[in-house]
Write a protein that binds this ligand. Structure first.
Ligand code: GLC
Length: 435
């Protein structure tokens, strides 16, 4: 009987909850049609229409070192690359398939180069591995919820041996566990309908992974998708619950807690525009200013943020994404102490913005200018040891005068005579509490 070892779990996930900020990378053959990674399913594209992309794929500009530098400059501490997405195309030199990057004109093991480059920049490395596989002959086709040929009557009576597919899935995951050094995160995607948990032979899979990579962190999608939390939020998580909940394209309103009210480790994954995989037409990018605020929101609610980039068919991260990463990095250069190792503050969200906390230090994130002074609700004056503007380290005076005397239970600080915030995106005030 599996017993969830909470102490060992907390130790294992500590680097992850310290890191708070990562890069998601969705890349593969779908970058050529450039209509997102679900193009085969959405357009019910037959294999023969997709194979030209396999024969053509040659990302001549692929430079994972440049990707890693961009992630590091943005303040990201880890990354997750699609080793295999739903289309079944493998970005690594698997011996179990010919449908892999080393058999395309590019001839490269893209995963290995990514891992080497991101480790060299000091980032933790993760691999996304799709449980779905629209290329494998033994994955369900007709009648499946997502397969490109789900409605093709010609597929109706074609025999499929799902056990063969599971053997393939487990063998490939073991390749990734044993041929590429220490992997820090396995990001599976996704369970649906009856395909959940033991339908994937999840216990056997997780035991194999953890036998090779005892410290690896696994997401919760052997049980659910971006919808649902899985057994990690219950009193008795399953052996394949995973180590974090993975809300997708949303930040949970109140963070995530388990049945006992304990904060649960979670990571929100979001796109920069509206597609995971490259989409030439999708120019609806979130700004750096917005992503800074969303990162602060995640951390203030006890979570991580995984921001996606979708490199193009040449292997280039879109210029818009690089510019956004630079903007986020400029803010992180000055304020990352209010992100790394921070989390829930235990205080209500203030009107002016948000609060993150690390031990006896509170970070007030002022996102809206205040009239005269900045209130620090929930912080009694006699508990304050020091107040500093993170941007410069300057002392901020705690003030009380006829303007504030009506609110003796609230501490106020002055940012000076200028009504504009020192950083209009998010001005961070460090409040160190007395022991
Ligand atoms: C959804 C999409 C998948 C994407 C994932 C990222 O599961 O189906 O394409 O990789 O979200 O979380």
């Amino acid at each position: 009987m599996f017993a969830f070892d909470r102490e060992a779990y907390e130790k294992k996930v500590s680097w992850f909850t310290q890191a708070r900020f990562g890069m998601f990378i969705h890349w593969g053959l779908y970058a050529i049609p450039s209509r997102g990674e679900w193009v085969r399913s959405i357009e019910q594209m037959p294999e023969e229409a997709y194979m030209p992309f396999f024969r053509e794929f040659n990302p001549v500009d692929y430079d994972p070192k440049a990707w890693a530098r961009a992630a590091k400059r943005a303040g990201m501490k880890y990354a997750v690359l699609t080793a295999k997405h739903h289309d079944g195309f493998c970005l690594f030199d698997s011996k179990y398939t010919d449908f892999k990057s080393t058999n395309t004109p590019c001839g490269r093991d893209l995963v290995r180069e990514y891992l080497d480059a991101f480790r060299a920049e000091g980032l933790k490395v993760g691999l996304y591995y799709s449980l779905l596989d629209w290329h494998h002959p033994d994955y369900p086709h007709y009648g499946d919820r997502n397969h490109p040929l789900r409605n093709d009557e010609r597929e109706k009576d074609v025999p499929r041996n799902f056990d063969n597919y599971l053997d393939y899935l487990h063998a490939q995951v073991e390749e990734l566990c044993t041929n590429y050094g220490k992997i820090d995160i396995f990001w599976f995607d996704f369970s649906y309908g009856d395909l959940t948990g033991e339908a994937w032979r999840a216990t056997k899979l997780v035991r194999m992974i953890r036998s090779h990579l005892p410290d690896v962190i696994i997401d919760n999608r052997l049980e659910v998708s971006g919808e649902g939390f899985g057994s990690l939020v219950t009193e008795h998580p399953s052996e394949y619950s995973g180590d974090f909940v993975s809300p997708e394209q949303i930040i949970p309103a109140d963070g995530i807690r388990d049945e006992a009210g304990r904060p649960v480790v979670w990571e929100a994954c979001v796109t920069m525009n509206n597609h995971w995989g490259h989409c030439e037409q999708d120019k609806f990018f979130k700004s750096g200013d917005m992503l800074v605020k969303k990162l602060v929101e995640c951390v203030s609610k006890g979570g991580n943020l995984l921001v996606n980039v979708g490199p193009d068919a040449r292997g280039r991260i879109p210029a818009e994404s690089l510019a956004i990463l630079e903007d986020v990095g400029k803010w992180m250069d000055i304020n990352s102490e209010s992100i790394y190792g921070c989390g829930l503050s235990g205080l209500p969200k203030p009107d002016c913005g948000r609060i993150t906390r690390r031990g006896d230090t509170l970070y007030f994130h002022i996102m809206e200018p205040q009239i005269t002074y900045v209130p620090l609700p929930g912080v009694p004056r006699d508990k304050i040891d020091s107040v500093r503007l993170v941007k410069s380290g300057a002392e901020l005076p705690v003030v009380s005068d006829w303007i504030t005397n009506n609110y003796p239970d609230v501490s106020f600080v002055s940012l000076g005579p200028d009504p504009r915030l020192p950083d209009p995106t998010d001005t961070v005030i460090r409040v160190k509490l007395k022991d």
